[in-house]
Design a protein around this ligand. Structure first.
Ligand code: TYD
Length: 138
């Protein structure tokens, strides 16, 4: 199996004298949403992968970086409220979230309810799992 690539989707919307309305049409059914705020400067979060969970990340406010890693590739995505973009993250990526601005909100929509069994929290275990489940990506 080849791992699916992450992809951007746009937050559409309307800004006028009545304020700003932002819209995200979801490409999958979300069963859970959560958000992260108040991350101290310099702190990094994440350091895990999900076996099955599909997620969308965006920054309604502020900015943060989302680094997605496989044994073959490392890519950093900047999520910035001003860009009005959300990142669709398929299952199978080791992720580190960093560079939170003081005002940042990291908003996440997730395809499944919380399940600790879906997490891989050790990088060596992740590499083994990846190599058992995916072929080298292009
Ligand atoms: P975790 O997903 O490890 O957060 P991060 O990768 O941003 O550091 O979650 C942190 C803790 O919160 C962990 O003990 C699991 C718990 N948690 C829930 O109970 N439910 C949830 O929906 C999420 C996302 C986390």
């Amino acid at each position: 199996m080849i791992i699916e690539q992450p992809s951007w989707t746009n937050l559409t919307g309307i800004s006028d004298e009545e304020g700003s309305l932002r819209i995200l049409e979801l490409p999958f059914h979300a069963k859970r949403t959560y958000f992260i705020q108040g991350v101290p400067q310099g702190l990094k979060r994440g350091f895990h992968a999900h076996r099955s969970l599909r997620q969308i990340f965006f920054a309604p406010q502020g900015s943060f970086d989302l680094e997605l890693t496989t044994p073959f590739k490392k890519e950093t995505f900047v999520l910035n409220a001003a860009d009005r973009k959300a990142l669709i993250v398929p299952p199978g990526y080791w992720r580190v979230i960093s560079n939170f601005t003081g005002d940042a909100t990291c908003m996440v929509l997730a395809s499944h309810h919380y399940d600790e069994e879906d997490y891989i929290r050790n990088f060596d275990d992740y590499v083994l799992w990846f190599n058992e489940n995916f072929t080298n990506e292009s």
